[in-house]
Design a protein around this ligand. Structure first.
Ligand code: SI3
Length: 289
């Protein structure tokens, strides 16, 4: 379960329906071209929170069918509807997903006991491992070391996807829980996170840049910091341009330039405009050719 995991981008048509052919192409591209270690399915990048339960299930099915046993698969099943989370956890465990992940419950200001109960309730129902998805900037949920310790008391919680710029907490977590899996979630911070001893990374830009992400991770692990810094700098130039042009729209449009039919974003997200499409083509040329 270690290494580079792509937070899989979604593929939808103009009507918001799943573009199955495109989704299969995205999976193949990540496996065959980028040679990532795994896929993180129905996360933020998959526009998960815009999907109905049947649509989430369809994505899980298509990805598993396409990827088979070729790479590790993590199913993001977190939802404000706990019954939906449990249903998806059972569904993906039966499909053969290697691990579950669930975003911390958000919107309402849940207290820590409620958050802990949410994870334990999901895990009581399934025989699978869970990676906590912590992304405070989007959820408003900021857990401290002691709260992670309490979550990790459940042995089925085997790790965390740590999407925060808090390197003090990251170091404390690494030191306190050497046996737990820690994945870095911010691609632009892969190098410093790697230096602190993460087990892997889960990122949206790996849909485009999986090969270089691995090089950063592995160079840092080997102690070749000069090379890792150069690669992270090049990567961050690219990420700055992608973010300035609209993250998910740009990932999709760059993939299309490469012949991968990544479709459009689901409403209420906007589809790429002509100028975004044009800049995406420039990004492809500038950083990847
Ligand atoms: O769930 C997911 O799709 C992710 O793994 C998200 C991942 O942490 C990304 N965060 C968001 C909000 O999309 C990052 O990969 C992020 O896009 C990247 O670091 C650029 O800021």
């Amino acid at each position: 379960m270690k290494g580079i995991f792509t937070a899989l981008i979604g593929a939808f048509d103009e009507q918001g329906q799943i573009n199955e052919k495109g989704l299969r192409e995205i999976v193949r591209y990540n496996i065959d071209h980028s040679k990532v270690d795994g896929l993180y399915v129905n996360g933020s990048t998959g526009e998960n929170f815009l999907l109905s339960t049947p649509q989430k299930k369809k994505v899980f099915e298509i990805v598993k069918d396409e990827a088979g046993q070729e790479v590790k698969l993590i199913a993001q099943v977190g939802s404000l509807n706990l019954e939906e989370s449990i249903e998806l956890a059972k569904f993906t465990t039966e499909l053969g997903y290697d691990a579950l992940s669930a975003v911390t419950p958000f919107y309402y200001k849940f207290d820590f006991e409620e958050i802990k109960d949410y994870y334990n309730a999901i895990l009581e129902e399934v025989d699978n491992q869970m990676i906590v998805y912590s992304i405070p900037a989007l959820t408003g949920v900021n857990m401290n070391l002691e709260q992670f310790r309490e979550l990790f008391e459940n042995e089925k919680i085997t790790g965390v996807k740590f999407t925060a710029p808090d390197f003090f907490l990251l170091e404390r977590l690494r030191h306190a829980f050497p046996e737990k899996l820690i994945y870095s979630g911010f691609d632009e911070m892969l190098l410093p996170a790697s230096v602190l001893g993460i087990d892997g990374a889960i990122g949206s830009t790996f849909n485009l840049n999986g090969v270089k992400a691995r090089e950063i991770f592995e160079s840092a692990q080997k102690g070749d910091l000069e090379k890792a810094r150069k690669l992270q700098k090049e990567t961050n130039d690219m990420i700055s341009d992608v973010l300035s042009n609209g993250l998910y729209q740009t990932i999709k449009e760059v993939l299309k330039v490469r012949g991968v039919d990544a479709g459009v974003c689901r409403k209420p997200m906007k589809s790429a405009t002509e100028s975004q499409i044009k800049f995406a083509a420039e990004i492809q040329k500038k950083y990847f050719e």
